[in-house]
Design a binder for this molecule. Structure first.
Ligand SMILES: [Zn+2]
Length: 124
């Protein structure tokens, strides 16, 4: 048995919604970049994304499937939110393969230190 090693050191991140119904953890190389999106819902919620499949996120409290999903337009994405506090710590695609973590819900993230690129979601 061999184990996969990488040269990149990973950082352990923890996130939650505001009421902590949802708590989760993930290990990725230090996050220095993020994405914002100019679609109508992301604009209104001011989400800042780190994209990663939700299956690689360890949910320590509640499963992401317990979050409410808001869909609109072509309904390609599930804009997920906590049914208790209304915060949106993560989202996923319709097939739940892709995913995005809202960095505003992650401890230790300083938004002003991130290089944020805007996605033109409004045109998709
Ligand atoms: Zn909550």
């Amino acid at each position: 048995m061999s184990t996969t090693t990488t040269n990149e050191e990973t950082v352990h991140y923890k996130g939650s919604c505001h009421c902590k119904k949802f708590e989760f953890e993930f290990d990725v190389p230090k996050i220095t970049k993020a994405h914002s999106c100019n679609c109508s819902i992301c604009h209104q919620k001011a989400t800042v994304y780190h994209f990663m499949p939700l299956e690689k996120v360890k949910f320590t409290k509640s499963s992401f499937k317990e979050a409410s999903a808001y869909q609109f337009g072509q309904k390609r994405y599930k804009h997920m939110f906590c049914p208790v506090c209304g915060c949106s710590p993560f989202g996923t695609d319709n097939d739940e393969k892709g995913g995005a973590i809202n960095l505003r819900a992650v401890e230790g993230i300083k938004l002003k230190e991130l290089e944020i690129t805007e996605i033109d979601g409004a045109s998709l």
